[in-house]
Each structure stands twice: as C-alpha cells, then as structure tokens.
Design a protein around this ligand. Structure first.
Ligand code: ATP
Ligand code: MG
Length: 329
C-alpha cells in the first residue's frame, strides 16, 4: 500500500484491529434488484468471519464489493482501512481472493500458478520461487508441483486457489463458497487448512450456505437474506438466542396442519410449531418428558408417528426462526 493512499477518514471505524468495515453498503443491479441493502459490518483482525445465507442472499455481491469486483451503488466499504471504491488498486494489495469458480491458469503447471502470481504481485524471482515451493508443501500439493492444473481434483484445485490467494500475504483472505461441490473428505481437508491459517493469525472472510461450515469454522457470522443483515454474532450466541433447548421433528402420515395444531395445543413447552417436507418441527423450551407426550397426543388424535427425533438448536433453527423458512430451500 503506498503512503499516499488516503486512510479511513477520522470518525470512521472502531480501532486499529478493524480490518473490514461496511457502512450501509448497497448494490442495486439494473432492474431494481436489491442484491445488498444497507449492510453494516465490522470484522476484526484475526477473525474467521462468515456470511451465511441462502441462494441469492447477496453473499457473492457483498464479497464482490469488498474485493473491488462489484461497484457499490450506495454506502461505503473499507478493507485494511482502504476505501475500496476510491482506491481499488491499493485495496487489491491487501486482499487475497478465492472466487466461487476455478480461475487457475490452465496453461501453467501447479507450481507456476503460484510463482507467476507472486511475480505479478511484485515479489522478486527468488522469493517467489521459495514461497511457491513452501506453499505447495503447506497445502499438501508438493507432489503435484509439475502437473498441469487440469490434472488436479476439485479439492486440490481449491487448495491451490487458497495457496495462490495468500501468496502475497494479504491482510484479508476472501473465500466465496469455498467448499461448494467438494466431496466430504476434500471439504474437511480445506477446513483443516483454513484452521491452520487462522491459527497463524490470518483474517478470513468466507461466504457459505452450509450452516455446518459456518458453525464449525467461524468466530462470528452474519446471517443475511435478501441483501439484509438479520443477525450477527458468534455461532454459540446465535443458537442460544433462539431461546429453546431442542428442536423436535415428528414424522407422521396425514394432515400435518392438524397435527401441528394438536402439538401447539397440547405440548406446554412448545415455542414454535410448523411443518414442511412431510415433517412437523417444534421448538421446545424444556425437553425432559416431552417426547412421550408428543407420541401420546398424536396417537390420541389418530396419527401414527413413524419417526421422532430431538436435536439441539442449529444455525438452521436460527435461520428458520428469523425468516420462517428453511436455509436449504
Ligand atoms: N450481475 C448481476 N446482474 C443482475 N442481478 C444480479 C447480478 N449478480 C447477482 N444478481 C442478483 O442479486 C441477488 C444476489 O445475488 P448473489 O450472487 O450476491 O447471491 P448469493 O448469496 O451469492 O447466492 P448463491 O448462494 O447462489 O451464490 C440475486 O437476486 C441475483 O440474482
Ligand atoms: Mg454466491
């Protein structure tokens, strides 16, 4: 970053450890599509911060504005104290980006993808060489150094994209849906790598629509839907905010509207009761003794319960509570 770059204006920001800040950040696409609508975020140094939301929530658009690829139509955004609209070139120096699609250079080998990225970011030939080699070790790709990138599996390609993104030691690493489409084993390998980077102090912003991923990886997360911030906290605090002990799922044949009404009337600890996809879901404040009562009430009204389960609240529960709909829909 050059010394002449204007830093965050006085009065904006909250402390030296704030590395991402948005103020009423907004993107309206042509056709009056409000992809991001007045978003206020603050991410601290060293955090893994998540943007969690369903398809079309505005995650990629938000990440796009923070990484200078999308021009905001309103509000402001700063990365590492740099205004992304006023100083996009300086902003690019402090960020590393892993986009939603594979952008590796197919004309180059695995090692060369790293080496030339380093050179492009102004690293000397010698440093770029040693860093490329070191990163391939760190990302368990050393034995593929000379391979063409087309020969990599999806998981390996994704790891190489992450290695490339951190090559120039960016203050913030952005990952858009980093594990979408990966098999479970590759997903866990990537989670491990992100955990290692986090332990080494790397600030990471990731978008995801996998609640398990957000729960597992993120220190804090913002739940967004239709471009708006619905909640922002640690995964534990978000789950606690729902105010229930357990989510009970009841599978039965017949009129589930009626079954939901029965449970609403007869289970005193129930907070919310609704149904979709052939199951009734019920939030419960005190779970002790509830499950036998559910079966008894259902059977008394002529329902035969084929499956019954109880789980602790998840981020899915939080999302349902906030929006009345399923994250997966
Ligand atoms: N270039 C564009 N032009 C017009 N509309 C767009 C454009 N890009 C995104 N949108 C719209 O903006 C909204 C937010 O899209 P965005 O891609 O940011 O969501 P997302 O949360 O990343 O979704 P996904 O989980 O599918 O990746 C959607 O309604 C989308 O159709
Ligand atoms: Mg997206």
């Amino acid at each position: 970053m050059s010394a002449s770059v204007e830093q965050r204006p006085p009065g904006v920001g909250s402390g030296p450890d704030e590395v991402i800040r948005t103020e009423q950040l907004t993107k309206v696409y042509p056709g009056d599509i409000r992809a991001v609508d007045g978003l206020d975020l603050s991410v601290q140094r060293g955090e893994i911060f998540g943007l969690l939301g369903p398809n079309g929530a505005g995650k990629t658009t938000t990440a796009g504005m923070l990484t200078t690829r999308v021009i905001p139509t309103g509000g402001r955004a700063f990365v590492g104290g740099v205004d992304v609209v006023a100083h996009p070139t300086a902003a690019k120096q402090v960020i590393g980006v892993v986009p939603q699609t594979n952008t590796l250079d197919r004309a180059l080998t695995v090692w060369e993808n790293l080496y030339f990225h380093g050179r492009f970011f102004g690293m000397g030939a010698k440093t770029s060489k040693t860093e490329a080699t070191r990163l391939l070790e760190q990302f368990r790709l050393a034995d593929r150094a000379e391979a063409p990138v087309l020969a990599l599996s999806g998981g390996m390609a994704q790891r190489l994209m992450v290695a490339r993104a951190i090559m120039h030691q960016p203050a913030i690493l952005f990952l858009d849906e980093p594990t979408a489409g990966l098999d479970p084993q590759s997903r866990i390998a990537l989670w491990d790598i992100l955990g290692e980077l986090h332990a080494a102090g790397q600030t990471i912003l990731l978008t995801t629509h996998y609640m398990e991923e957000a729960d597992e990886l993120c220190n804090r997360l913002a739940i967004i839907d239709r471009g708006k911030l619905l909640a922002l906290d640690t995964p534990a605090a978000l789950k606690q905010s729902v105010g229930i002990d357990a989510m009970v799922t009841v599978t039965a044949a017949g009129d589930l509207d009626q079954l939901a009404n029965v449970l609403r009337d007869e289970i005193p600890n129930a907070t919310t009761v609704d149904h979709s996809d052939g199951v009734v879901r019920m939030g419960v404040r005190q779970i002790q003794g509830v499950l036998p009562k559910v079966v008894e009430a259902a059977e008394r009204h002529g329902f035969s319960v084929s499956d019954l389960s109880s789980t602790e609240p998840t981020l899915e529960t939080v999302f349902i509570n906030l929006t009345g709909k399923d994250l997966r829909e």
